[in-house]
Structures are given as structure tokens and as C-alpha cells.
Design a protein around this ligand. Structure first.
Ligand code: MN
Length: 426
């Protein structure tokens, strides 16, 4: 039986709106108050299945035994797609309501199942490199209109390749990590001179990240099949952006420090295998892509994505946007094939950001830049506050899920609270 079978049920109770049914089984790294050693686990309902403990209990076979007693999933990912598939099948079988091994062994359950609420979630992988793309047509068009004016909304190269830039792996953090408002150079439109100080236009970018579990050699191009085999899974990603720093620094080489101070990802990596039933067609690509960028049907995934904001004065998050991963013009596989086309080597642990995901309507926009139309139209929040860009104390959260029949493949959350800028050194 496939681990994606909608009929599967676990002996662990899972609510219909839980992010973590037996059909999901996303990988993360966690520790507990009683055992501070980070190790690899899988989320199921309100629990984490401790894979290191499961292996020690003799309930999980793996090609490389201690691969789960690590503070990152990289070594497991490096074992390759047949091991990913076999391991997921074993875990699915063990958690199946019909399998007695763990279900009826109270001592083994006590050793291997940890209440999720009591665990600390760590960054799930060692990020080797981080590249970020710009592959939502609606976002690219909106950004072009806001920054350069209507006439040149979409740059002439945009329809021929997935535009991207090399970002920073060093400042990728797990959900829950506070984000310090960055200092930098900016020059407001009406100012005569640039100045150095706290960003006044701090923004979020709602994105998905693809996590590579395989690498490629320098000089090697990738076929569609090779690219597909390299994708281990997906995460929610917030590419925090300082728009005022970006506007002053980006010419002529593109974004640099405006996006290098922090990027937040969700703690659970949802496998490509779990998302397979949710593949959908992407937008028609016209002109047709070059042969090296061509991909068969089902380029995209139907994942609902919510953007939520809670100011220091609010009790609950308010949803300010709802968009979908299926809106992407260029797919993750096309981004990967493009990334390698000059011979750029890709590595286990690389993350590729999709780019901000926006839809056609005002309530489907993935950044405050677009939601406030460049800061000219403040958005209203429950309780009477308004926002153009983020203020100190604001908490921004991304949530996402793919809806199956009676269950959902959820991603958890990628959230962070804005801390005030540090004083300027004198
Ligand atoms: Mn971005």
C-alpha cells in the first residue's frame, strides 16, 4: 500500500485539520527538556516520532544506522531517493492503525513518541547555499509597476528564464527566531543624500523553499528527471526584505544586504513524495521555454498559503492575504534546471526560494510592498491599526497546506517577531 493512500489511518489520533496526518510525515530536528541533544524526527498528529530512538529500539532499519542521531537531516538526505522512499514506507507502516509493533508496545511508545508541544524545534538542515527566485508573474509585474512604473512592468528577460540571485545561507533561521530590524544605507526619493540607519520599509515575502537532497557536479547540466530526483522536499519561507535598502543598493547587481539579514523557514520539511498527489498544471508558458527548461505536465503543486500579521496590540493573528503555490509561472524543477545550465554545481542542503507568490487579486498578494501598493495604500487591521510596512513588535506568520480528502498535508508555520534596530555605532 502506498504511504500516500488517503484511506490510511494512524493509531495516533489526528484531527482532520491537523497539519500532520499519516499521509504527511515531514522531517524535522528537535530536542526536549529531558534530552537536549538535537535529533531527527517526523511529525505525526500532536507528536514527534523520534527516529534516532526508533532505530535504537530496533524498529527502524536504515542503510546508515546513526543517520538520525544528528542535528540536521543532510546525512539522511544524502542517502538518496530509494532510501527516502523506503524509510517513509517503514514509518508509515509502523504508525498505521493496523500495525501492532509500536501501537501495542507501551515502553517503545514512551521512548519514541514525544509530545510536540514539549519539544524545541531546530533548523532542520545545514543550509549549504541559498538562491532566491522571482518566478510569480503577478509579483514580478506588480513589483515592476510599483518600482519602475506601468510601462516597463515585466522586464524583457522575465518570460525567457527564471530570474534569481545568490542569497545568503548564513542567516536562514527556523520559525520562532526573532528578526532584528536591519541597519543600512537608504535614500528616500525626496532626499538629496543617502543616510545610514534602521530600515523604515521592512517587508515580508511569502515564498516556498525547495530543499535539495542531491547534488550535481560542476559543469553538469540537469535533465528534468535528474532535477526531480534531487528534490527532497519543501518548506515555507519568508524572505524578509528591507525595501528602502533594496531600492538604493540594487542597481546594477541586484539585491544584496536588503535580503541578507534574515530568512525564516518552517521547521518541518514536507517531502516531495507526500506532495505528489497535489501536482497541478502551471500557467501556460508563452513563449515556449528553451528545450533545456522544458518540463512535462503537472509542474506545480496546489498548496494554499496564508499570510498572517499580529501587531503588539492585537490578541490574534489577522489573515492579510491568501495565495497558492500553484500560481508560480516557473516551477521549482525549472528553477533547478536553469540554475545548473551554465555548469553551476548544486549541493545537498541547498535551498531554492520560489520568489514571492502572488495571485491575480488584491487579497492574494505575497508582500506588504504589493498589499500597500508601495506604501501608498495602508492596509486595515482588526482593532483599528493600519500598516504599510512592518513595525517593531509585529509578528508575521506564513502557514500552508495541501487539502486532501479528509486530511491535509500541512507545513506548520514560518513566523518571526520584529525587534527594534540596534543603536548605530559611533
Ligand atoms: Mn524573495
Amino acid at each position: 500500500m502506498s504511504a500516500n493512500d488517503p484511506g490510511l489511518k494512524s493509531f495516533i489520533p489526528v484531527a482532520p485539520d491537523s497539519d500532520f496526518p499519516i499521509q504527511n510525515l515531514p522531517y524535522g530536528v528537535f530536542s526536549t527538556p529531558t534530552d537536549a541533544t538535537p535529533r531527527v524526527g517526523v511529525a505525526i498528529g500532536d507528536f514527534i516520532l523520534d527516529l534516532a530512538a526508533l532505530h535504537r529500539a530496533g524498529l527502524l532499519a536504515c542503510a546508515k544506522p546513526d543517520v538520525f542521531a544528528r542535528d540536521a537531516i543532510n546525512d539522511f538526505m544524502a542517502l538518496g531517493p530509494p532510501v527516502w522512499k523506503a524509510t517513509r514506507a517503514q514509518i508509515s507502516h509502523l504508525l498505521d492503525a493496523r500495525t501492532p509493533d509500536l501501537r501495542d508496545d507501551a515502553a517503545a511508545r514512551a521512548k519514541t513518541l514525544v509530545p510536540r508541544a514539549s519539544a524545541r524545534l531546530h533548523l532542520p538542515l545545514k543550509v549549504s547555499a541559498f538562491s532566491d527566485f522571482f518566478s510569480s508573474r503577478q509579483h514580478a509585474t506588480n513589483a515592476g509597476k510599483i518600482i519602475r512604473g506601468d510601462a516597463s512592468a515585466l522586464a524583457p528577460n522575465w518570460l525567457t528564464m527564471p530570474i534569481g540571485y545568490n542569497s545568503r545561507a548564513s542567516t536562514i533561521v527556523v520559525s520562532g527566531t526573532p528578526v532584528r530590524r536591519p541597519l543600512g544605507q537608504r535614500k528616500p526619493r525626496n532626499a538629496e543624500h543617502p543616510s545610514f540607519g534602521p530600515s523604515a520599509n521592512l517587508d515580508c515575502e511569502l515564498e516556498m523553499g525547495v530543499v535539495l537532497g542531491g547534488g550535481s557536479a560542476m559543469g553538469e547540466m540537469l535533465s528534468e528527471a535528474q532535477a526531480e530526483q534531487m528534490i527532497f522536499g519543501f518548506t515555507l519561507l519568508n524572505d524578509w526584505s528591507a525595501r528602502d535598502i533594496q531600492a538604493w543598493e540594487y542597481q546594477p547587481l541586484g539585491p544584496f544586504l536588503a535580503k541578507a539579514f534574515a530568512t525564516t523557514i518552517s521547521p518541518w520539511i514536507v517531502t516531495a513524495e507526500a506532495l505528489e498527489p497535489f501536482r497541478v498544471e502551471g500557467p501556460v508558458q508563452e513563449p515556449p521555454p528553451f528545450p533545456y527548461l522544458r518540463q512535462g505536465p503537472g509542474r506545480n503543486y496546489n498548496v494554499t498559503l496564508d499570510l498572517l500579521l499580529k501587531t503588539a496590540g492585537m490578541h490574534d493573528h489577522a489573515r492579510i492575504s491568501q495565495t497558492n503555490f500553484s500560481f508560480m509561472y516557473w516551477s521549482s524543477i525549472q528553477q533547478l534546471m536553469h540554475h545548473a545550465c551554465t555548469g553551476c554545481a548544486m549541493s545537498v542542503g541547498d535551498i531554492l526560494g520560489s520568489g514571492t507568490i502572488s495571485g491575480d487579486t488584491r487579497d492574494q498578494l505575497g508582500s506588504l510592498l504589493e498589499l500597500s501598493w508601495g506604501g501608498s495604500q495602508p492596509i486595515d487591521l482588526p482593532g483599528g491599526e493600519t500598516r504599510t510596512f512592518l513595525q517593531d513588535g509585529d509578528n508575521l506568520a506564513i502557514r500552508g497546506f495541501a487539502q486532501g480528502p479528509g486530511y491535509r498535508i500541512g507545513f506548520g508555520e514560518a513566523e518571526g517577531t520584529i525587534l527594534p534596530a540596534l543603536p548605530i555605532p559611533v
